[in-house]
Ligand binder design. Structure first.
Ligand code: GDP
Ligand code: ZN
Length: 294
């Protein structure tokens, strides 16, 4: 039987197979080999003859991806959430998260939340910028249940992680998506309720609408310098098709002549703000390199 580990505590793993959950132990061989099982791992299990709710994990399939924080395997998609207001979107951070997602080969859905506060329709501009960059963008309100169905349909068949700064409505959106699970909105009682020494284990929530979601936000501390200088342009979706047209094949798209990316910025095909964040990250990565080589 093939399933996915959705929860693991003290050597007990909850493995989801279809719409059933089985409690499994891992074979001793995993420990011997030093192989740590992760939530999200795809596994083969054998059920107990006498109790079908119990089983043993016999084999782990190779991981497609492995997030470190939270430690979850096979995450396929990031839902990058920003509020349109309160707090204002931090575009630099948004572009950084997007680049990191590309670097990790994750599908991306960008979600601008709190549209109920958006009297000036600011979201239209952001929607244009990021759709033209090649992203799926949805404008939600967790408070007024706007576009929650669209969000749900994006989660189908994926293992998704929610990312974005605190206060933007990630927990509220997760609550909207799944009735029954109640995450702490505001995050306050979570911090108080949990003792200093209790470790928080991430779990996968199985959604009634299909798909699974990591119950803790990922990419909380992102560092752009994990991306190599030469790879950054491929982490900007709208640059990727153009770079072959640059005059120099080692073009960094800064001030080289015959640069197709700069030309596209001048033409208005690439938004200034995207190009500016690119330059900003190039500098950050260069500085990091210089520092390392001292
Ligand atoms: P998180 O830190 O990203 O998980 O954000 P929370 O879900 O804890 O929400 C932070 C605050 O924003 C809470 O006070 C929520 O009630 C509020 N909030 C969340 N979604 C919306 C929304 O769509 N509209 C409005 N007006 N407030 C929201
Ligand atoms: Zn170029």
């Amino acid at each position: 039987m093939e399933g996915i580990i959705i929860k693991g505590i003290a050597g007990q793993y909850h493995v989801r197979v279809g719409d059933q959950t089985h409690t499994c132990k891992a074979r001793g061989i995993f420990k011997k080999k030093g192989l740590k099982l992760l939530v999200g791992d795809r596994v083969r299990i054998a059920l107990d003859d006498y109790d079908q709710a119990q089983g043993v994990i016999e084999e782990v399939h190779p991981r497609q991806t492995a997030l470190i924080r939270p430690p979850v395997a096979n995450v396929s998609q990031a839902v990058v959430v920003f509020a349109i207001k309160h707090p204002d979107p931090n575009i630099n951070l948004l572009d950084k998260l997007l680049a990191i997602c590309e670097h990790n080969q994750l599908e991306v859905v960008i979600c601008f939340n709190k549209v109920d506060l958006d009297n000036e329709h600011l979201v239209n501009h952001y929607q244009k910028v990021y759709e033209s960059a090649g992203y799926k963008v949805i404008a939600t309100s967790a408070k007024e249940h706007v576009e929650i169905e669209s969000l749900k349909s994006c989660l189908n068949d994926q293992i998704s992680v929610f990312a974005g700064p605190s206060g933007v409505g990630k927990s509220s959106l997760l609550n909207e998506i799944q009735e029954g699970i109640r995450l702490e909105v505001g995050g306050l009682s979570e911090k108080i309720g949990r003792g200093k020494h209790t470790t928080r284990h991430s779990e996968l929530m199985v959604l009634p609408c299909g798909g699974m979601v990591v119950d803790t936000p990922g990419f909380t501390a992102v560092d752009i310098t994990i991306i190599e200088l030469e790879d950054l342009s491929s982490c900007y979706r709208e640059f990727a098709d153009l770079v072959d047209q640059c005059k120099f094949n080692n073009c960094r798209h800064i001030n080289e002549p015959g640069c197709a990316v700069k030309a596209a910025v001048a033409e208005g095909d690439i938004y200034e703000s995207r190009y500016e964040s690119y330059l900003y990250f190039i500098k950050a990565i260069e500085e990091h390199r210089r520092y390392k080589s001292w």
